[in-house]
Structures are given as C-alpha cells and as structure tokens.
Design a protein around this ligand. Structure first.
Ligand SMILES: [Zn+2]
Ligand SMILES: [Zn+2]
Length: 465
C-alpha cells in the first residue's frame, strides 16, 4: 500500500524535505565563565585530589569528623556573626531573595554555618569538644586578581566547646602539618585581640589615637572610626599605612586572662617548634573573633614580596551565644585550596617536584575487531568493571592497530583481543604487552585467569620495592 503524503493538523500538505526540522537557536556569542570564577579541569584534578586527601587524612588522624553544611544560609546568620560593618558583609556577599521571598546568602565562610549546625542539632549535649572539618566552596564578591576567586575552596577545621589554649595550638599544628606535608614552607602570623572587656578598652584607645589623625585617613576609615574602630586595622589604603603602623597595640591592653591564654598558646607553639611572628595589626576581617587570631604566609626568600595569606583562623568564644545558643567557646581555621594549588603549580613550573601518590594503574585494555565482536566486548567490559578491574577500551576505534597503539600509550600490562574468530570459538586472546606473546583462553574462564595474572603482577611489584 502506498504511503499517504504527510499532512499537518490543518490537512495542508507539508512541503517535502526538511520543513519539520527544528531550527537550532544558536547564540551569537558563547557565554563566558563568570568573572572571578574558575573551572577546575581534569588536568588539575590530581593535584586537587592530593590536597583534599592529605587534608582529610590529617583531620581524621586528629579525631575530626566531616561535616557538610549547605552553601546557602539565611543572610542574617552572617550579618550577625561576621558583623555588619565588615568588608565581607558590606561589600562581598552574594545575597539574593529566592522565589519564596527568603533573604539568602551564598556562604562567604564556614564557621557561622557550622556554629548554626552545632546549635540546631544539639551538639552541646554530646561529649565536648565537637571537632569537625569540611572542604568546599565559599563565595565572596571580591576584586578578582591572581589567587583571589569569587568562588574559592577551603579546608576548614573547627573545635567547638573547649576554651583551653591547647586547642588553639593543636589547630595551628594541624594547618602547619598540612602545609609541611605538601612541602610548602610557611610562617605563622599570630596575635590576640582579647575578649569583650579588654577589647572594649583597646577600642577606645585606638579610636582616640585615630581621632587625632582624622584628616589623614581614607573615607572608609573615617566611617570605621565611627562604627567599628577595630576594623581600622584592616585598611589596605596606602595613605593609612603609616598611621596604622604607629597605632597602639592591642597586646598592651589585654586583660590578665587573655594575656595568660595567649602566652600559653605561644608556649605550646615553641614546644611544637612552629615558627611564628607576632603581628600586632592582625585582627582578621570578622567580628566574631576573640583572643587568638592567626594567618599563614608562604615563607619566601624575598622578605619584601607582599603575599596573600594562604589561610587563617582564630578563636570565637562568643559566636555560639551570639547566634542564640548557650555560651560556648570555639576555635578554628580555614585554608584556601586554590592558593595551595597555585603555589604547588609554581613549584612544578620552576622544575621542582611534588610527591603525588602513584597513579592507580589501568589493569588492561580491551580490544575488539568486527561489529559482532564489539557488541560482545561491551558486555565483557561491564563484567570486568563489575569484578573491580580497571579496564581501558577502544570501542570507538575499528582498526586493531589503532587500538593496540592506544593500549601501548596507556602502558597496560595486558590487552584482551576479541575478534570474529574468537567469537565463534568462544575464546579470547590475552596479549602480554611487554613481551608481545599471546595466549588464547576460554572466554568463560577469563575472569579467574585475569585475577591470577593481576595478583602475580602486584606480587612482582611488591618484590621490586
Ligand atoms: Zn580579655
Ligand atoms: Zn584607611
């Protein structure tokens, strides 16, 4: 029966050929990566994985459990903890109203969200302190520049529920250990910003000092002077630097308890042989910090080269209470992963070496010849992968030569070859890539045979060590 001519719903004849084809809506300009953002490409994943694995291993060794809090939190969590008059809250947060009208923010730091989780899940009732770590992205709308991304990642550790200075020292030791394990020489900058009572005294002294220099400071500082004088020490404007350098130092105004806490932290650092430099202007850009604050800098031969902190942290003995929980001390740090990655890349670029863990080797390559054999090989591939073998394949290639070339490049020990003849015989070829010798085996027995071969290979390499 001859086919009817195609018609559309109105019964009109559709003109022959391609009128029913959907037209692609192509963009005239390819969308670009959002400013300040970064793709982490497959080529960099090994380095990233190495850093994440090392960090996770250290955290686990020190008794930290992993926590993952959401990227999105309510905006008030950060305005109340980080502080309204901080650069982060004033200028750098990704804040938006969602479809339901809730005011939300992409987390600019980890500590506030973790403190929220501590309160919300009643962790106060568990044995104290709570020791948690996390690794993930943070968002700050900063001016993009080398080493500074608007989405960046941190390795973060927090100890909540313990005020002892040993905690501060042990956290610093862990961060130090990570850098050391990654062969990055760092120096610790450390300061104490006191507690609510002694900081109050210092704030008045500092404000008094700045009031006498009011005509020489930048507009931001004039505002800071009125609203949040401690932030004066955050100023990076050129004109304010000499004034900052002459400012009274908080260390001279610490109360007895804060002074003793700080001395104990430093004593621990001395015993642990962690190199540090006292930095009286270090206040960190968050309002929730109390007492110990610290940052890590790359130890460079050229002392004058200004560098960004690789990471930092501090104590926050009022944070949980500020967020509505019971008074609970805490201390933690966050280390920027991009900054570590970029430093390590620089080491590689300069011809240095980084001890990356050995590649998990690909056990074998599965080659096929002919359409039928290809279908059967796909089934076999699934069986091999399910058995736990690491298998490479060349399903998109038809020529055996091209597949063997690929197998050579991957440096596999064995190549399995399934051709038309083998398919008919129910066999498969195992080719030893080192010597080139081949054996034909029953395809039904291939898995136990391969297991035996791979086992003997790993024994060999064990003996070679
Ligand atoms: Zn104090
Ligand atoms: Zn200023």
């Amino acid at each position: 029966m001859p086919r009817k001519k195609k018609t559309d719903e109105d019964g009109e004849n559709i003109p022959a050929s391609s009128s029913a084809t959907i037209q692609l809506q192509t963009m005239s300009k390819t969308p670009q990566l959002v400013k300040g953002m970064k793709d982490i490409l497959p080529v960099d994943q090994e380095l990233w994985g190495h850093i994440r694995d090392t960090a996770t291993k250290i955290a686990t060794q020190y008794g930290f459990g992993r926590i993952d809090t959401p990227i999105v939190e309510s905006t008030t969590l950060f305005t109340h903890s980080v502080g309204k008059q901080t650069d982060i809250v004033e200028k750098e947060m990704y804040t938006f109203e969602d479809q339901g009208g809730d005011n939300l923010t992409l987390r600019p730091e980890f500590t506030a969200g973790i403190a929220r989780a501590y309160i919300e899940h009643g962790m106060l009732n568990m044995p104290q302190p709570i020791k948690v770590f996390t690794i993930g992205p943070l968002f700050r709308h900063e001016k993009p520049q080398a080493d500074r991304y608007r989405q960046h990642h941190q390795f973060d550790c927090e100890v909540i529920g313990e005020a002892n200075p040993a905690v501060d020292a042990q956290l610093i030791l862990m961060a130090f250990k990570l850098y050391k394990t990654l062969s990055l020489p760092v120096i610790l900058h450390i300061n104490s910003i006191g507690c609510l009572s002694c900081r109050g005294t210092y704030r008045e002294v500092l404000a008094e000092y700045y009031r006498t220099k009011r005509s020489q400071i930048c507009e931001d500082c004039k505002r800071r002077l009125l609203k949040n004088p401690l932030r004066l020490l955050d100023c990076k404007e050129e004109q304010c630097q000499p004034i900052k350098a002459g400012a009274p130092q908080i260390i001279d105004y610490l109360c007895e308890e804060c002074k003793s806490h700080f001395e104990k932290v430093l004593e621990f650092l001395d015993v642990l042989e962690i190199p540090y430099s006292l930095n009286s202007h270090l206040v960190r850009g968050f309002d929730y910090y109390t007492r110990t604050v610290f940052e890590f800098y790359l130890l460079q031969n050229d002392e004058d080269t200004p560098s960004l902190a690789l990471g930092g942290g501090g104590r926050y003995d009022n944070l949980v209470e500020v967020l509505g929980g019971r008074p609970t001390p805490g201390c933690g740090f966050g280390l920027g992963i991009e900054r570590i990655v970029n430093r390590l890349k620089q080491v590689l670029h300069d011809g240095g070496e980084i001890a990356l863990p050995p590649h998990a080797p690909v056990d074998m390559f599965l080659a096929q010849l002919g359409e039928q054999a290809k279908r059967q090989a796909m089934v076999l591939f699934e069986d091999l992968v399910t058995e736990g073998f690491a298998v490479a394949e060349g399903f998109v290639k038809d020529s055996l030569k091209a597949q063997l070339e690929l197998a050579n490049k991957l440096n596999v020990r064995f190549t399995l070859i399934l051709g038309q003849k083998e398919l008919l015989d129910g066999t498969i070829i195992i080719r030893n890539m080192e010597g080139g010798e081949q054996e034909v085996v029953d395809i039904k027995k291939i898995i136990p045979i391969l297991k035996k071969k791979i086992e003997s290979v790993s024994e060999d390499s064990y003996l070679n060590l």
